[in-house]
Design a protein around this ligand. Structure first.
Ligand code: FE
Length: 221
């Protein structure tokens, strides 16, 4: 599956790494234009990967001088969270889109959406509203929360704020301006509407089914 393959590719030889897109730069046209996709993947996502590797190294280098470095440590922790969030969320964002996708979910994820949000229609409206109303830069994020065995949507600010610990990301849309500004300018609503045409529900269903089974199996231990 695409999510598993990309997550695997996103770390190699002890370093985080930019995974290849599973489609060409113009593969998501007309919904996401080639120029935006190329800059977003090659420049923005790459910068979070670089920032993450750099920050991890800088924290390792603090050894021995940690007592005098609390201000520096605070900055490093902020960088770590920001870049780690950026790397994980972008990898998931690419992996859950596909050319000629969209439509309605099927399988276990469809049942779970109906159970948690009453209907796919309401889920779609709710998720769109979350995405379009995030202040500044952020993400709408559908997660699996294993303690309650629930699907929960978070309105994430930047890459990392207002996110519940332990909730596992399943589907996400990037609503930073860099994700849509060239084609949609300030019209985030139009971009989110177009993004639904790219959602690869088959992948989301596979990820949800796999993750949920891991937790359900643990209950029996
Ligand atoms: Fe982005």
């Amino acid at each position: 599956n695409v999510i598993g393959k990309m997550m695997k590719e996103a770390f190699e030889n002890g370093q985080y790494k930019l995974p290849e897109l599973p489609y060409s730069f113009d593969g998501l046209e007309p919904h996401i234009d080639a120029a935006t996709l190329q800059i977003h993947h090659d420049k923005h996502h790459q910068s979070y990967v670089d920032g993450l590797n750099k920050t991890i190294q800088e924290i390792a280098d603090l050894e021995g001088e940690i007592d005098d470095e609390s201000a520096k440590l605070y900055g490093l922790e902020r960088n770590l969270s920001f870049n780690a969030g950026g790397h994980v969320l972008h990898t998931l964002f690419w992996a859950t889109m596909a050319p000629k996708a969209g439509g309605e979910p099927t399988g276990n994820i469809a049942d779970a959406i109906n159970n948690n949000f009453n209907s796919f229609d309401f889920f779609k409206k709710y998720f769109s509203k979350v995405a379009t109303t995030i202040k500044g830069s952020g993400w709408a994020l559908l997660t699996y929360e294993p303690i309650g065995d629930k699907l929960i949507v978070f309105a994430v600010n930047d890459h990392d704020k207002y996110l519940g610990p332990g909730a596992i990301p399943l589907l996400t849309v990037d609503v930073w301006e860099h994700a849509y500004y060239l084609k949609y300018q300030n019209n985030r609503e139009e971009f989110v509407k177009a993004w639904w045409n790219l959602v690869n529900w088959n992948e989301v269903d596979k990820a949800y089914t796999w993750i949920r089974r891991r937790f359900k199996d643990k209950e029996k231990m």
